[in-house]
Design a protein around this ligand. Structure first.
Ligand SMILES: NC(=O)c1ccc[n+]([C@@H]2O[C@H](COP(=O)([O-])OP(=O)(O)OC[C@H]3O[C@@H](n4cnc5c(N)ncnc54)[C@H](O)[C@@H]3O)[C@@H](O)[C@H]2O)c1
Length: 275
């Protein structure tokens, strides 16, 4: 039985902890969070121990889930690596590039892959269908990602890049099967601050990706379209009822990022526990 420790029990950490409890072959050893109210409530719900500081308990876990705020990822990931514990770390790996390099260098020196990053679109059926189609359509030539979020316009451009668009950059590297070699970005003002970022990326293969990210959209949406050597593929629309009334056809978009990916996070945890 794999004993899992979860660091940070906000929206993501609680989701991951519940999946650990639900899935066979794993046991939730402890949850760690400096917020006693949130930590103890989840521990009571899931029948495990709450600790304020996870650092002291890493030795009692066979696997770690790191879902605390981004700026603390580095210290916990490094501690997990030093003890040789497999880690599911939420994105972004770190906030500072030098910290990310230190982690990657440490993992490479250990000679085995211990870190899985929370880029969960590889477990999302709408995205995996696109990847499967590309097996037959050949190399990607143009990738178009649209990501609409429902924030209040107060996030800075670096926050939008590191917290959100990082998912789309991952999608481009995954479906494009290559590295991004150059990027040109346009920032569009709106609301209280930045509204949109449009990034045009060139991949080493010569393919081009255009990422359209809207931070203060009225609904949450993620979509991807790829034109490849022998055809084009567009991710399916999420299944939603279409209502015909009052001379209109209407369907709800939804405004949260969490519910469209609930099953996806479960499949992600299954894969982490199996690996
Ligand atoms: N993969 C995804 O789709 C996805 C989606 C949302 C968030 N995230 C990432 O997940 C992480 C958590 O995001 P969230 O939305 O759950 O945030 P959140 O604010 O809901 O929760 C963060 C929790 O961490 C706790 N915390 C603060 N300092 C801590 C510390 N030093 N040690 C342990 N816990 C600490 C807080 O008390 C809080 O309970 C972030 O890194 C975020 O970028 C990933």
């Amino acid at each position: 039985m794999t004993r899992v420790g979860v660091i940070g029990v906000g929206g993501m950490g609680a989701c991951h902890a519940r999946h650990v409890v639900d899935l066979a072959g794993a046991e939730l050893a402890w949850v760690a969070d400096p917020d006693e109210g949130a930590g103890q409530a989840l521990a009571d719900e899931l029948g495990c121990e709450w600790v304020a500081e996870g650092m002291d308990r890493i030795d009692e876990a066979d696997a770690l889930v790191i879902a605390c705020p981004d700026r603390f990822h580095h210290r916990y990931v490094m501690a997990g690596l030093e003890r040789g514990v497999p880690i599911l770390a939420e994105k972004p790996l770190t906030v500072e590039l030098a910290d990310a390099r230190e982690i990657v260098d440490t993992e490479v020196a250990l000679g085995r892959r211990l870190i899985q990053l929370g880029f969960m679109r590889v477990y999302d059926e709408r995205h995996t269908q696109v990847a499967d189609a590309l097996e037959h359509l050949g190399a990607a030539q143009h990738i178009r990602c649209v990501h609409r979020n429902t924030n209040d316009g107060s996030r800075t451009v670096p926050q939008m890049l590191v917290e959100s668009i990082i998912h789309d950059i991952h999608t481009v590297r995954w479906l494009g099967d290559d590295e991004v070699v150059s990027v040109a970005t346009s920032v569009i003002a709106g609301g209280a601050g930045t509204r949109m970022i449009i990034a045009t990326c060139r991949l080493a293969s010569g393919a081009v990706a255009v990422l359209e990210f809207d931070d203060i959209a009225t609904g949450y949406e993620v979509s991807v379209e790829v034109t490849a050597e022998r055809g084009n593929v567009v991710a399916a629309e999420p299944l939603r009822a279409l209502v015909r009334a009052d001379g209109m056809v209407a369907g709800a978009i939804g405004d949260d990022w969490f519910s469209p990916f609930l099953d996806t996070y479960r499949v992600e945890m299954r894969d982490f526990l199996d690996s």
